[in-house]
Design a protein around this ligand. Structure first.
Ligand code: SAH
Ligand code: SF4
Ligand code: F3S
Length: 473
């Protein structure tokens, strides 16, 4: 069959069918089903990409399992900090032995780490047991690349430097039937000086609003009630489309979808958070009462060196505006400690913002030097012991404040979307409030995917123990 006249999605379905034939043959030979496993590192973007990889593997005929002893194992990697890379090398080292026991096993690597040429060189040299390597820009070619691997029988490597292509309508398999991530844009143009993401995810490109709405409508028809709109900087969504549209306007349109109950989004860059967005957030009840607003540092001097394009005062002003418009909103954040040149005074500014804002939670990171980023060659890298000490002090403050802030809903009734039966106590179910706080309460499997009013009895630092409001007297 000639594949040139087909759309990209059609070409890929053709390869899925070819691979399916191969899987069937193998299964007959072995007398058992072929299994596959997707192992995900990194952020929500990668988690969503893994749902796409899973969808394709299922279409090809693999049975998905949760084990690195599967017949096909793919690692979807992250490279945002050095330790993310080290974990992948560690796992790959162990896989050498596993593959010895099952020589027909296939090992694949994809994701952000593969966009770094040094990584691929190292894999080619020292990890010959890897079968397939591809990057972030050509994930839609997964089936075609598997086909190449099984027909050519040698290590297949296909990395693209960048792309402007967005391939729609490929299969995907959601991890949860009732909630999912939806990509609204790919890549990043911000080049924060510490960050490798723009280099490994390429330039910013937005999906067409019609394509996004269609995908959400299909997901809702399929039982999804909560979506998380994904992009590295959702606030600049739509600016480069032929018919530009703002993120706020996209949200308005999405909130009109019948049957959709909750809308979340991440990540919001403070520099692009518009008044229009704040207004939509205050008006649309479906938009969750939570905003993740990465601070990175509270020192204007450091923020400038980070290329974040806002000051400490800008950030605090934004928080004020948000709280005025949405009084009950939960704020969470990301903070980096030990950026080059950070002094104790700079660090105190960060602590000051933490105190003033009162985050529901904060992800705190030790600065990690990423080769190729401007910050990697800045002078005054902060000594490790100083960074560790600051990190511990920050964590302590963040946790104490979060415990206090989180407990503000104690003794009230709140809507909880039930996600699963509690793994430790099967008489309980676990779900999330609109502001993303976890709640455990009495219930059963039949509640999964439903929004239930729950009386919040007691706050345990960062989660609640509750009681179904119907049972609470
Ligand atoms: N686009 C998002 C962040 C994506 S990366 C945003 O702009 O907020 C997620 C988080 O990882 C960042 O917010 C930052 O806090 C952290 N991070 C990124 N690069 C890092 C580095 N080199 N060292 C330590 N933390 C880093
Ligand atoms: Fe990285 Fe900054 Fe882009 Fe976020 S906005 S992905 S921190 S460069
Ligand atoms: Fe990591 Fe790539 Fe996300 S580097 S944080 S998986 S965009």
């Amino acid at each position: 069959m000639l594949t040139e006249h087909l759309t990209e999605a059609e070409r890929q379905y053709y390869y899925m069918e070819q691979c399916h034939q191969w899987v069937k043959e193998q299964e007959e030979k072995l007398g058992r089903p072929l299994t596959a496993s997707v192992i995900t590192f990194g952020c929500q973007m990668n988690a969503r990409d893994s749902e796409k990889l899973t969808g394709i593997l299922e279409k090809i005929g693999y049975t998905m399992v949760d084990s690195e002893k599967a017949d096909f194992v793919i690692y979807n990697t992250c490279t945002v900090r050095e330790n993310a890379n080290l974990r992948v090398y560690g796992r790959l080292g162990q896989m050498k032995q596993v593959k010895k026991k099952n020589p027909s096993m296939l090992i694949a690597l994809c994701g952000c780490m593969m966009q770094e040429p040094e990584v691929v060189e190292k894999l080619k040299k020292s990890y010959r047991h890897v079968d397939l390597i591809f990057g972030t820009h050509n994930i839609f070619k997964f089936a075609e690349l598997i086909y190449r691997r099984i027909t050519e029988n040698t290590m297949v490597i296909d990395i693209w430097k960048d792309t402007d292509q967005i391939v729609e309508d490929l299969p995907n398999d959601r991890k949860y039937p009732f909630k999912t991530g939806i990509n609204i844009m790919f890549g990043c143009n911000n080049f924060c000086s510490y960050c490798i993401v723009p280099y490994v995810r390429g330039r910013e490109r937005s999906r067409l609003p019609e394509d996004i709405i269609k995908e959400i409508e299909n997901a809702v028809a399929d039982g999804v009630v909560e979506i998380m709109l994904l992009g590295q900087n959702v606030n600049s969504y739509g600016k480069n489309l032929e018919n530009p549209i703002s993120f706020a306007e996209l949200l308005r349109r999405i909130c009109k979808i019948d049957g959709l109950l909750r809308v979340r989004f991440m990540t919001s860059h403070p520099k692009d958070l518009s008044d229009e967005l704040i207004q939509v957030m205050s008006e649309e009840p479906k938009i969750c009462s939570h905003l993740h607003l990465p601070l990175q540092s509270g020192s204007t001097r450091i923020l400038t060196k980070m290329n974040r394009k806002y000051s400490k005062e800008d950030y605090l002003l934004l928080v004020d505006k948000l709280r005025k418009a949405c009084p009950d909103i939960s704020l969470t954040t990301d903070i980096i400690v030990g950026f080059p040149g950070e002094t104790e005074e700079d660090f105190q500014e960060t602590l000051d913002v933490v105190e003033k804002v009162g985050y529901d939670s904060a992800y705190t990171f030790i600065y990690s030097k990423r080769t190729g980023t401007p910050a990697a060659v800045m002078e005054d890298q902060v000594p490790e012991d100083v960074v560790k000490d600051r990190f511990n002090r920050l964590l302590d403050r963040v946790q104490t404040i979060a415990a206090k802030v989180c407990s503000r809903h104690e003794n009230t009734v709140q809507d909880v979307l039930v996600e699963e039966v509690n793994s430790q106590d099967p008489s309980l179910v676990t779900g999330r409030m609109s502001n993303n706080t976890v709640v455990h309460f009495n219930g059963d499997e039949s509640m999964i995917g439903k929004i239930v009013p729950v009386y919040l009895k007691s706050c345990k630092n960062f989660y609640y123990m509750g009681e179904a409001a119907a049972d609470h007297k």
